[in-house]
Design a protein around this ligand. Structure first.
Ligand SMILES: [Zn+2]
Length: 246
């Protein structure tokens, strides 16, 4: 039986987590929990000071962390150090907000290739190393929520080539219906969640109740139930009363 790549990736991630936890039991961190936090702070300081010299176009962020920790303190990587934290250590918030933007740019301090910020990833199936656009990586690996997978290309809305602020990035280059909806760079709600909302709506919940329950703006819930927004999420579903005008 062929295991789907996503499942395989999740399994690999789970195994890696278990392996780290186990190694941590034997590591200095289990005896002295404050050491993990101290080492993460050391690592952060080192990366922030030396980011330009660390080859994010050659090694993965985890490999860099392992190497630096080994050189500085001869200790392994603490399990609580998450990939998105490491990514943040390689960024710096700009002091001013660019015109046309509401938020600060978050500039990549690691390597650039062909004018774009880059990180290296290793595919869990073939073990191949890939140089990946760090803007895409940032959108695919949010601090909260599941990992995502875009087939489109990142576009900087702020015009700052080093900026990896997800709010300043839009994934482009797919047919319209594919880059909208859940593939949109700023989509908050997954197709699966919206289908769940639609099923509850069909079962009798009101748009107002669902808006409150899932933290989705009421008008947006109504638009989705009328199949005016996120239509691909509810494709094939019959939604109660959608031909009425309320
Ligand atoms: Zn920006």
């Amino acid at each position: 039986m062929r295991i789907r790549p996503a499942v395989e990736r999740q399994n690999a991630a789970r195994l890696e987590k278990r392996r780290l936890r186990r190694s941590e039991d034997r590591s200095p961190y289990s005896k002295e929990p404050a050491l993990a936090a101290a080492n993460i702070r050391l690592l952060e300081q080192y990366i922030r000071r030396n980011a330009a010299k660390l080859r994010t176009d050659k090694y993965t962020l985890t490999e860099i962390a392992n190497h630096v920790l080994d050189a500085l303190v001869q200790m392994p990587r603490p399990a609580r150090l998450r990939a998105h934290m490491l990514f943040t250590f390689f960024t710096k918030r700009t002091s001013r907000v660019r015109s046309g933007q509401k938020t600060h740019c978050i500039e990549w301090q690691g390597a650039m290739r062909g004018g774009v910020p880059v990180v290296v990833t290793i595919s869990s199936q073939a073990g191949e190393r890939h140089i990946v656009d760090a803007r895409k990586y940032a959108l695919e690996n949010p601090p909260k929520g599941p990992r995502r997978n875009f087939r489109s290309k990142p576009f900087s809305l702020c015009g700052n080539s080093r900026c990896v602020n997800p709010k300043h990035i839009e994934m482009r280059g797919l047919p319209r219906e594919e880059k909208s909806g859940e593939n949109h760079g700023r989509a908050k709600f997954s197709d699966a969640l919206l289908r769940k909302v639609a099923r509850e709506y069909n079962a009798g919940a009101t748009a107002k109740e669902l808006s409150k329950k899932y933290g989705i703006v009421l008008v947006y819930v109504e638009q989705i139930m009328r199949k005016e927004k996120r239509t691909e999420a509810t494709a094939g579903m019959t939604i109660r009363g959608r031909f009425r005008s309320y």
